[in-house]
Design a protein around this ligand. Structure first.
Ligand code: HEM
Length: 402
């Protein structure tokens, strides 16, 4: 989920040692990564990819090892561009500083509190968005449902007085623009500084108020400064907007592309949570996670040098045949899909996971409840190197009067 600048070449990694990695292109990975990743996982499970400027880890067990060892594979590196836009936050720190930032925010996102705080809101929002489409007979689910719901939920989670979903969307857009500019080696656009100033003002107002908000709760016990709360609030936007939009779009697209699987969940709604886990395994919205080696080490036979960038392919781990039988088959009845790495592992494990699952199940419920005869209205292939999701998920259904 992190974004890095093109790094220096690693020591000792040659095209001769990693021929498959040497042939990897960013375009092939963005379009259809699965065949390329399958070959890598089988023959070069930790491979140097010159086109990406990093080591690529494709085996599930090795991916878990990297994610669980922040002392050796850290996020805390000046090349991490998100930290340069929003400041140091839980996403860019490790060790005790990471825990200081993360713990107070993670607490309100535990499963029971997530259910208590969000179930009714999410169901109502999903029902409202899908219900408004019902008379139309056709729609594009990413733009019409997944995007607006994911922004509305993050806006609600932040609970900033007077800051609506459209404002949160515009701030987020400014931050993403700045991260992209930095990644390309350009100056960040002025809009990001403006968004950060307005976010800071809204956070200050929230901390000074007497409402029972997430930010007040987070800041209260942990001794975080206002600047730190602002950075962590921005990380909630980074964590919860594009990813959740992608997760909802990918789950809907996977089911719509397979009428037999859609019929199974239609006949037995209790399969919906398993269908969502299977879509996280099959096409995770956050496709890669970036770390930096803090010391020389050997992983999967590859000699990694201190400072080398190490990229975990969550996408590849989800199709590892050592963990998932017949991994290229999408099967809502698979019992072990939850072993996917779509929400990472280790200290940075996504604490928004329960909320994102709640949102995705709520959307699928609303689609099945309110759009009779729902079916795909064209292909919806996922695309993207860092975030993967379809550009559009066109659907149609039997609208009244059609
Ligand atoms: C409302 C929804 C969400 C919220 C509020 C949220 C929030 C966060 C936050 C704050 C972090 C940083 C945790 C840390 O560094 O300690 C994080 C990490 C992460 N999130 Fe989420 N998230 C959400 C949805 C999602 C979704 C839908 C996905 C993917 C399907 C996802 C994947 C991840 C991953 C992979 C990480 C770990 C990043 C890393 O290790 O570098 N998140 N999330």
């Amino acid at each position: 989920m992190t974004t890095t600048e093109p790094p220096m070449p690693a020591q000792g990694a040659s095209a001769a040692a990693f021929p498959l990695g040497a042939a990897v292109t960013a375009d092939a990975l963005a379009a259809d990564p699965h065949p390329v990743l399958a070959r890598l996982r089988d023959r070069e499970p930790v491979s140097w990819a010159p086109a990406l400027g990093c080591w690529l880890v494709t085996r599930h067990d090795l991916a878990v090892r990297v994610l669980r060892d922040p002392a050796l594979f850290t996020v805390d590196d000046p090349r991490f561009s998100t930290a340069r836009v929003v400041g140091p936050s839980m996403l860019s720190l490790d060790g005790p500083e990471h825990a200081r930032h993360r713990d107070p925010f993670a607490r309100p996102f535990r499963p029971a509190r997530t259910r208590e705080r969000f179930t009714a809101f999410v169901a109502a929002e999903a029902g409202r968005l899908v219900g408004a489409l019902a008379p139309r007979g056709r729609a594009e689910l990413r733009r019409d449902v997944a995007g607006p719901l994911s922004v509305a939920v993050v806006a609600r989670a932040l609970g900033l007085a007077g800051v609506d979903a459209a404002t949160v969307r515009s701030w987020y857009g400014a931050f993403v623009g700045a991260v992209s500019a930095l990644t390309a080696g350009d100056e960040p656009p002025a809009a990001a500084a403006g968004a950060r100033a307005r976010l800071r003002a809204a956070v200050e107002a929230s901390l000074a108020g007497d409402g029972d908000t997430l930010l007040r709760e987070a800041a209260a016990g942990a001794g975080l400064t206002t600047a730190e709360v602002v950075a962590d609030a921005a990380v909630l936007m980074f964590g919860g907007i594009d990813t959740t939009e992608g997760m909802i779009a990918n789950a809907a697209a996977a089911l719509l592309a397979r009428p037999d699987q859609l019929a199974r969940v239609r006949a037995d709604r209790s399969l919906l949570p398993a269908a969502v886990e299977e879509s996280l395994r099959f096409e995770p919205a956050a496709a890669v996670l970036d770390r930096y080696a803090t010391a020389g080490t050997v992983l999967g036979g590859a000699r990694i040098a201190a400072g080398d960038p190490v990229r975990v392919s969550v996408t590849a781990a989800g199709r590892d045949p050592a963990v998932f039988a017949d991994p290229d088959r999408f099967d809502v009845g698979r019992g072990d899909a939850g072993a996917h790495l779509a929400f990472a592992r280790g200290p940075h494990f996504c604490f928004g996971a329960h909320l994102a699952r709640l949102e995705t199940v709520a959307v699928l419920e609303a689609l099945l409840d309110r759009l009779p005869g729902l079916r795909a209205d064209g292909p919806a292939p996922a695309r993207g190197l860092v975030f993967r999701k379809p550009n559009a998920v066109p659907v149609r259904w039997d609208a009244p009067g059609e």
